[in-house]
Design a protein. Structure first.
Ligand SMILES: N[C@@H](CCC(=O)N[C@@H](CS)C(=O)NCC(=O)O)C(=O)O
Length: 228
């Protein structure tokens, strides 16, 4: 028996990506089950896991259900204390949890205007004041981690942690819409885009084609910044 992770899609489902990274990046065995996020069967697919209603949803080997990403991160950290989901250092751990909570509850303008899509990069995306404010906040909170906890490594807290998993879709949004960010944040984006697990997820997603393409916007596109 292992964990079952129910995910929705690999090109557009940002929360599915977060949940999946919490297993893959920390070597926690799992079985992946796709639900019909875009084919219309999601409600019935998730019915046996009620009251879960979103992806990712996880069923533990005991059959217990986890229907929220922060609960998933905390549960995996508690059950796999040596996996390194949270930083070892107590102060860093506080900030990692803060970042995860702020991601979970915030950045609404960025999330609404720039839905995660891993197909291509839009050209000429116009950044509204609200999105700019979210990007500024992102620069502020992430640079605090880079300056205080990252040990000059690519990740927020030295080693990859759950906080990086929660910010992977943000990196994808910056890439997918060509958003203007600082050099330091851009190198964090590149770290995600070149990460082997992220690349494997994206490659898998590209096997599916959509008609219509979810969240498509009427702008020219160019290739995704990193090769498959
Ligand atoms: N708060 C949830 C959010 C999950 C979420 O919104 N997932 C989206 C897919 S990325 C979903 O299931 N959407 C289906 C719907 O809104 O009906 C979490 O942290 O896991």
């Amino acid at each position: 028996m292992t964990y079952d992770i129910f995910i929705g899609d690999k090109s557009f489902s940002s929360w599915s990506l977060r949940g999946w990274l919490l297993f893959v990046k920390f070597d926690i065995p799992y079985r992946e089950i796709m639900v019909g996020l875009y084919s219309g069967t999601m409600k019935e697919d998730l019915a046996p896991l009620a009251p879960a209603r979103f992806v990712p949803t996880v069923r533990t080997p005991e059959g217990w259900v986890i229907g929220e990403s922060i609960a998933l991160a905390e549960t995996l950290a508690e059950r796999h204390p040596d996996a390194g989901l949270w930083p070892m250092d107590a102060q860093a751990r506080i900030y990692a949890r803060w970042l995860v909570a702020e991601m979970h509850a915030g950045f609404g303008a960025l999330r609404n205007a720039c839905p995660m899509q891993l197909l291509h990069q839009y050209k000429g995306f116009e950044v509204s004041d609200a999105v700019k404010a979210d990007i500024d906040r992102l620069e502020t909170v992430l640079s605090h981690a880079f300056e205080n906890f990252s040990d000059d490594g690519p990740w927020l807290f030295g080693n990859y942690t759950a906080a990086d998993a929660f910010y992977a879709p943000v990196a994808a949004r910056i890439a997918g819409y060509g958003l203007p960010v600082s050099e330091r944040l851009q190198s964090y984006v590149t770290a995600h885009l070149t990460d082997a697990s992220f690349k494997a997820w994206r490659k898998d997603g590209l096997k599916i084609s959509y008609d219509p393409v979810p969240y498509a916007i009427d702008l020219p596109t160019t290739e995704w910044p990193e090769p498959v």
